[in-house]
Design a protein around this ligand. Structure first.
Ligand code: NAD
Length: 331
């Protein structure tokens, strides 16, 4: 089948081409994001392959449907960038890659936690500059600390397991109890108790109407003063303006982000010679107790390889009318 691949980076092309070898799929790569303006690029394609910051909203989908697109393949776990109602109204099928490497994201979340707690980026820059002083680099032991995990699906459960290994006490908030978590002594509590008791809160829930701005002025006020917040889920799970205020007041002690609510304007692009016009992002970058990575938690060779092979298998199954195990059902 003919596929228009949006938001392509060189590594996407390398791994997708390798996975498509031996198939008859024709992949056409575009580095631009999918938006209403760029949707006509998919003319004549049976499918589009999109990533986290593409916009498969109602107007883009209308154009894609008119161009003959029948399959929307997200090469990521989240599918909040797709208007499912509109896709289904056009008779389009939506697939995703539900689990390409939960380890990649879980390990990155813990990496952020450790790097922020032990001031590793600051120490690295200081030592490179010949400054071996320790002032300002004091961290805290993770052993015996309480970590609150919001969302104990594939990724959250792995974070719980890793941090259990550090000797942390783990609390969790999720309406589904994961037996892998209870088996290692994770205690499920309500969100208020998790926020009040946790030294570190790590977010691993999907972005849904319920989780949109789950961390806001009110919930931040319920957190333990000086606690750390880690978000590798989706940017909109946090009200970033409220988080900036909490950092300024000292109520929030540390913030580690791999995702940001306005990230589609910046992430995956080089802004090093340009002015960042987003004042919230620019402000975040000034705090000594904030660590940001640009949505790279998923980015390991294992994960990119799994994503590519899963997406190509979905194209093949769709073309042959075979069952699609990774189909996204409406509602
Ligand atoms: P998953 O579906 O296995 O687990 C999500 C869990 O969140 C489920 O247990 C679900 O019950 C729970 N949940 C849903 N609504 C909730 C709520 N209101 N409060 C608390 N828990 C809630 O998903 P996963 O594979 O573990 O991924 C989690 C999220 O991580 C994804 O949805 C995605 O947004 C994000 N993610 C980020 C990256 C990255 O590179 N930063 C990569 C992959 C996934």
């Amino acid at each position: 089948m003919r596929v228009a691949v949006f938001s392509t980076k060189p590594y996407d092309q390398e791994f997708l081409d390798a996975a498509a070898k031996g198939t008859s799929h024709e992949l056409h790569y575009f580095d631009t994001r999918l938006t209403t303006d760029t949707a006509p690029l998919a003319k004549g394609s049976d499918a589009v392959c999109i990533f986290v910051n593409d916009q498969a909203d109602a107007s883009a989908l209308r154009i894609l449907a008119a161009e003959g697109v029948k399959l929307i393949a997200c090469r990521c776990a989240g599918f909040n960038q797709v208007d499912l109602d509109a896709a289904h109204a056009h008779g389009m099928t939506v697939v995703r890659v539900p689990a390409y490497s939960p380890h990649a994201v879980a390990e990155h979340a813990v990496g952020l936690l450790l790097a922020l707690n032990r001031h590793i980026p600051r120490a690295y820059n200081r030592v490179r500059d010949g400054n071996f002083q320790l002032d300002g680099l004091m961290g805290f032991d993770l052993f015996n600390k309480t970590v609150g995990i919001v969302g104990t699906g594939k990724i959250g459960a792995l974070v719980a397991k890793i941090l259990h290994g550090f000797g942390c006490r783990i609390l969790a908030f999720d309406s589904y109890i994961n037996p892998d978590c209870t088996a290692i002594g994770v205690r499920y509590v309500d969100l208020d108790e998790l926020l009040a008791e946790s030294d570190v809160v790590s977010l691993h829930c999907p972005l849904t109407p319920e989780t949109n701005k789950l961390i806001n002025e009110k919930t931040l006020a319920k957190m333990k003063p000086g606690a750390m917040l880690v978000n590798t889920s989706r940017g909109d799970v946090i009200d970033t303006g409220a988080v900036v205020d909490a950092l300024k007041s000292g109520r929030l002690g540390y913030l580690a982000l791999d995702v940001y609510e306005e990230e589609e304007h910046y992430f995956f692009e080089d802004f090093s010679s340009r002015v960042i016009e987003d004042d919230v992002l620019a402000r975040l970058l000034t705090f000594p107790n904030v660590l940001i990575t640009g949505h790279q938690a998923f980015f390991t060779a294992e994960a990119i390889g799994n994503i590519a092979s899963t997406v190509i298998a979905s194209f093949t199954n769709f073309e042959k009318g075979l069952p699609l195990p990774n189909k996204v059902e409406k509602g």
